[in-house]
Design a protein around this ligand. Structure first.
Ligand SMILES: Cc1cc2nc3c(=O)[nH]c(=O)nc-3n(C[C@H](O)[C@H](O)[C@H](O)COP(=O)(O)OP(=O)(O)OC[C@H]3O[C@@H](n4cnc5c(N)ncnc54)[C@H](O)[C@@H]3O)c2cc1C
Length: 222
């Protein structure tokens, strides 16, 4: 498999950093081809505007999706966006490694998605959901939380973690055709023992060794 890891944490020594390296090393050792984007290390620019393009469709009024459709036709994406699109298009499995921030993606990863998932190139023209551009490819969210698992139950203090992830799993990934695998969630790594953290890293590596045979999940509806 060709795997693309997107890593979004400002501290390489964080537990997210450990999960990212565990994935990279395990998948490489299993013989897979692994590409990655370490967004903070790359200083990836998450601001989405005319900087996404080398081409211009309408110089007077900026409408992102119209510029995206035009850039798709003329090859007008900025080099940083084009490079990420190619990594995504060239993989069989994409994994995002991030801490849950405000019930969502860290801004750098949200901005990456805002810029890289472009109309024309990655969706549109009847190509959505099961007929999406990334049909046949698989995607997986690997994340950590601050709160423990007990507060992320339906009706619980923070509510159902799967509902919290739905805007990403359905609204971004499934919307553009990816088959979504079950998320890897390490709850509250800061509150558990070092032994428990080591066990989480081992479990993640073990899961990745068998990832090729996993079936996608139902990302749910609203
Ligand atoms: C802006 C913001 C918004 C947030 N919003 C939310 C939210 O909505 N919901 C929520 O639940 N939480 C939220 N949080 C908390 C956040 O999700 C957690 O702090 C984060 O997920 C913890 O992961 P980490 O990688 O940063 O942990 P770290 O603090 O880096 O690591 C946890 C522990 O693991 C240890 N460790 C590192 N490497 C290893 C290793 N190889 N082996 C064993 N141990 C290791 C570290 O030393 C540390 O003790 C938010 C935080 C911020 C900053």
């Amino acid at each position: 498999m060709r795997v693309f890891l997107v890593f979004a944490h400002p501290e390489p020594g964080s537990f997210n950093g450990a999960l990212f390296r565990a994935a990279r090393d395990t998948l490489q050792a299993a013989g897979h081809e692994v590409a990655h984007s370490d967004l903070y290390a790359m200083r990836f620019d998450p601001v989405s505007d005319r900087r996404n393009f080398t081409s211009v469709k309408d110089p007077k009024f900026f409408k992102q999706q119209i510029e995206e459709t035009h850039a798709t036709e003329v090859g007008g994406f900025a080099p940083d966006v084009e490079a990420e699109m190619r990594k995504m298009e060239g993989c069989d499995l994409m994994i995002w490694q991030f801490p849950l921030w405000w019930f969502g993606l860290p801004g750098i990863l949200k901005g990456w998605a805002d810029r890289v998932f472009a109309m024309g190139r990655t969706y549109g023209g009847e190509r959505f959901y099961e007929n999406g551009v990334f049909k046949g490819k698989r995607a997986l969210l690997s994340l950590t939380t601050g709160g423990p698992q007990a507060v992320y139950q339906k009706g619980g203090w923070n509510g159902d973690i799967h509902a919290i992830l739905r805007p990403i799993q359905r609204g971004v990934l499934r919307f553009t055709g990816w088959d979504v695998l079950a998320p890897n969630i390490v709850f509250a790594p800061v509150r558990v023992t070092d032994e428990q953290r080591q066990a989480s890293l081992r479990a993640w590596a073990e899961r990745l060794r068998g990832i090729e045979s996993e079936r996608p999940i139902d990302v749910g509806e609203y």
